[in-house]
Design a binder for this molecule. Structure first.
Ligand code: ZN
Length: 283
């Protein structure tokens, strides 16, 4: 049976993107698929961290918040963080992950995601707008490597590679609000998409380096609405080093052609904490 869909005009982009003012010129734009983007306003520009799954154009949601010129970036090159890139003239991505923007994998993943969502989450069909119907910049999207700092006018953001989740997963630090926007680089269940490169040891070292900062109180994750305390970074730096094959379980998955393991500590001070990794990551 065909599910009756409301007309597109009746469903605004705003009802797919939920906007939440966090104070300090920070907005979280959440999608009903469990990912959220951050918009940070300076005096002259606004920074959009990540562009979501791209089921719908995110621009109308942003324009509800600000008319400032946008600086658009991806914390890392994964489908759920890059979906609306095509809507923007320029998108900054971690330099080392730039090849993934052009290798066709994002389009393939997006297509598969749309196919599976149409089956598994039929209520989302109403939101899915084929990219062909989007108004895009005439010259297409230009990609540039992320700089080390982004000046929004009276507000300077600092960028730091944390790695772990992807080779150059990058966090944005906003000293004005003492917030680090860590995307998927830190969290209670980080997936290490590093196989066959990258080790847990290296990841732990960058977590440790980050944990020594004195200008951060809050971690804002992509897949978790509530911020986490900064102290979690130091905790996670130790936690990841405790993972061994013998204390982990095999985690069935179709993302890797090698075995994925899940290491969990169910009762940490931060609730259940996990890490997903491959044997190669143990170095
Ligand atoms: Zn990711």
């Amino acid at each position: 049976m065909e599910i009756k869909q409301p007309s597109l005009a009746a469903v605004s982009a705003e009802s797919f993107y939920k906007i939440e003012a966090r104070g300090n010129g920070i907005y979280r734009i959440s999608e009903s698929l469990g990912v959220g983007e951050s918009l940070i306003l300076g005096k002259e520009r606004a920074l959009l961290i990540d562009t979501g799954y791209g089921l719908r154009d995110i621009r109308p949601a942003i324009r509800q918040i600000t008319d400032l010129p946008l600086v658009v970036m991806n914390s890392h090159v994964h489908t759920d963080h890059t979906g609306c890139n095509g809507a923007f003239e320029t998108v900054y991505v971690p330099g080392g992950e730039m090849p993934k923007v052009f290798d066709g994998s994002l389009d393939r993943e997006r297509l598969l995601l749309f196919q599976s969502l149409r089956q598994s989450r039929p209520h989302l069909r109403q939101f899915m707008v084929d990219k062909e119907n989007w108004e895009t910049p005439p010259g297409g999207t230009r990609y540039l490597p992320l700089p080390e700092r982004i000046d929004l006018g009276g507000r300077e953001m600092e960028l730091e590679i944390i790695g772990g989740h992807t080779p150059q997963s990058t966090m944005v630090i906003d000293p004005a609000s003492r917030t680090a926007f860590v995307a998927d680089g830190i969290g209670t269940q980080v997936w290490l998409f590093l196989h066959p490169f990258g080790t847990v040891q290296e990841y732990s070292e960058s977590l440790r380096r980050f944990s020594r900062r004195t200008d951060v109180d809050i971690l804002q994750l992509s897949h978790k609405r509530e911020p986490m305390p900064f102290s979690f970074a130091a905790y996670y730096a130790d936690f990841v080093l405790r993972a061994r094959i013998r204390n982990s379980v095999v985690w069935p998955n179709n993302r890797f052609d090698v075995t994925v393991y899940r290491y969990t500590e169910p009762e940490s001070p931060y609730g259940a904490v996990s890490m997903f990794y491959c044997a190669s990551n143990l170095g």
